[in-house]
Ligand binder design. Structure first.
Ligand code: ADP
Ligand code: MG
Length: 586
């Protein structure tokens, strides 16, 4: 007999409910949303509010609203709400009860048992407190599960032998990183670090400070720091923050923010990233600490997994990619993954089959081509817009700039692949955006990529200042795949012209015998590519000006030879460049 055991992520900021029933994993919506704020309050009539409604009334009656009760779990201190005292367990029980009641409505059956997750660093007292909260809500807590373990389970850990995983969890008010080891199907937390006072809320606060400064500049006075104003501003800036995860800049216009004056500002992602960078550097220190505690090097990790809403911030992903030299996984919704893992665990305990989460993702990175001068000379590079493993559908944009004054047009080219340079990736399609306004160099152009479940990529480029835009829909699957029959017909007619008696058979034998030359050419190209990498690496270091000049000249010639398909010439350049590099590389 199967028994339903639900999974609950009882978070500091948000809570979620999920379940595996009849082999189907489902995140259960509560009040019409799969994410419920972990917020409890009393309305004017003294009625209990849980979730979004409690959060919404926070502005009006902060003294009747409780947030972040999870921080207090296991403490003996009391929480004041509506003039009455409650224990942290009681407040948590109200959250759990709401999830239970709403879940029962949605699922059409009673919920009696649950797996509830807690941070890996929770001690026994806090785990017991969580269990008590469950009991108070009328739930039998069949297991208290570590959040990083739940995340690992959602990614199907345990099905592939021994694995070292790193779970980076950045929520609203807390940061945790754990190294999780899986061996013979057993998931074990090896080390765990974090900061219980660092999360997305701090990012909101930085943006709030920035907005207040902008307000002051504009109106020559402070925005009155009433709880209402501050709360409203925080909500506005949190929304802006979430948009900055997908958009390169956000414009905000809020009328009568303080009842009288408007708030108007624009913030660029880059400026925002500079604000939060010091906080993220702290999280990276924790990452290295937990790696060294587990006696592992970044290279020993099989997977880095992102958990928590704030990991949607592109800078988080980029820093991890950079420092750990691996692509972090975020294909499972970071808000829901812990509840899903708990539900899978609950399912197994209740007699369901082991499950893992299936998601549609883009298997390749999609980039826009642009000119970069980070190599000491202008060079075409691929700037990723949608990284591989991004769940579908996906939409993101980035800002690019014109290179010269009064530049009239920009080429928009989309590439697929993981390499830094376009010639090593696959062109999906390109177009020109023309008739740009007369503007100095640096005229911002927003490029938007939207990829649907069928692999169709809609690319839109827009001149930020005028709104002039152009778009095209490109098929990512068709990239690089030629129309074989058309190509065959094409070649056939060519062969017939040369040899009128030519037949289809001849055509195929001819194609085969000719295949050796391309192989050699391939080798030549690979050698050229390898030399180019070495040369560019060298240029990034300190090289005498004359030598750098020489290298650049050869690189230029090498590219030209490839473009003009002069293979003999390419061989010569390869040889010279090879000698030169040999002599310069220490
Ligand atoms: P917790 O585990 O503490 O309950 P969550 O995992 O629910 O927290 O994360 C909540 C945080 O994630 C909030 O600060 C929220 O603003 C942030 N967040 C949610 N979506 C995004 C987004 N798209 N970009 C950046 N931050 C986000
Ligand atoms: Mg969480």
């Amino acid at each position: 007999m199967k028994e339903m055991i639900v999974g609950i992520d009882l978070g500091t900021t948000n809570s979620e409910l999920a379940v595996v029933r009849e082999d189907v994993l489902q995140v259960v919506p509560v009040h019409g949303n799969v994410i419920m704020p972990s917020c409890v309050g009393l309305d004017l009539a003294g009625k209990i509010l849980v979730g979004r409604s409690a959060r919404n009334q926070m502005i009006a009656s902060p003294e009747d609203t409780v947030l972040s009760v999870k921080r207090k779990m296991g403490e003996t201190s009391k929480i004041l709400m509506g003039g009455k005292e409650y224990s942290p367990e009681e407040i948590s029980a109200l959250i759990l009860l709401e999830l239970k009641k709403e879940g029962e409505k949605q699922l059409g059956q009673p919920i009696a048992k649950a797996v509830i997750t807690v941070p890996a660093y929770f001690d026994d007292i806090r785990r017991k407190a969580t269990q008590t909260a469950g009991r108070l809500a009328g739930l039998e807590v069949v297991r208290i599960l570590n959040e990083p373990t739940a995340a690992a389970v959602a990614y199907g850990a345990g099905s592939r032998g021994q694995e070292n995983l790193l779970v980076y969890d950045l929520g609203g008010g807390t940061f945790d990183v754990s190294v999780v080891q899986v061996e013979a199907g057993v998931v074990e937390v090896k080390s765990s670090h974090g900061d219980t006072r660092l999360g997305g809320d701090d990012f909101d606060q930085l943006l709030v400070d920035y907005a207040r400064e902008e307000f002051r500049k504009m109106h020559h006075k402070e925005l009155a720091p009433t709880p209402q104003n501050l709360r409203r501003l925080k909500d506005i800036m949190e929304k802006a923050k979430c948009r900055l995860s997908d958009e390169p800049y956000v414009r905000i216009r809020e009328e009568f923010i303080d009842g009288r004056n408007h708030l108007e500002l624009e913030i660029e992602r880059y400026a925002y990233e500079q604000m939060i960078l010091p906080l993220l550097e702290k999280t990276l220190e924790c990452v290295h600490q937990s790696l060294s505690d587990a006696r592992l090097n970044p290279g020993d990790l099989h997977k880095v997994m992102l958990v928590g809403g704030a990991t949607r911030t592109p800078l988080v992903q980029n820093l991890l990619r950079d420092r750990l030299q691996t692509d972090p996984h975020f294909e499972i919704d970071p808000d829901l993954i812990v509840a899903m893992g708990a539900a899978i665990q609950g399912g197994v305990l209740g007699g369901e089959k082991q499950h893992s989460v299936l998601v549609d993702i883009t298997p390749h990175t999609l980039s826009m081509v642009a000119v970069s001068d980070q190599y000491g000379y202008p060079r075409l590079v691929c700037v990723p817009i949608l990284h591989r493993n991004t769940p579908l559908p996906a939409a993101k944009s980035e800002i690019f700039q014109t290179m010269v004054d009064n530049q009239k047009e920009v080429q928009v080219a989309a590439y697929q692949g993981e390499e830094p340079f376009p010639e090593d990736n696959r062109l999906i399609g390109d177009f020109m955006i023309e008739n740009l306004s007369r503007a100095p160099a640096g005229n911002p152009i927003t490029v938007h990529f939207a990829l649907d479940l069928n692999g169709m990529l809609k690319v839109t480029a827009a001149e930020k200042n005028t709104g002039l835009s152009k778009s095209a829909v490109l098929d990512t699957h068709a990239a690089g795949v030629i129309d074989f029959e058309a190509a065959r017909r094409n070649l056939k007619s060519l062969i017939r012209e040369e040899e009128p008696e030519g037949t289809a058979d001849r055509f195929s034998s001819k194609a085969e015998s000719a295949s050796e030359a391309p192989a050699e050419r391939q080798e030549l190209l690979i050698a050229a590519k390898d030399l180019r990498r070495r040369a560019e690496a060298l240029l990034q270091k300190e090289v005498a000006a004359g030598d750098a000049e020489e290298i650049r000249k050869h690189l230029q010639e090498s590219r030209q030879a490839i473009e003009e398909r002069r293979w003999g010439r390419l061989q010569e350049i390869n040889d010279t460049l090879s000698d030169l590099l040999f002599y310069l590389e220490d």
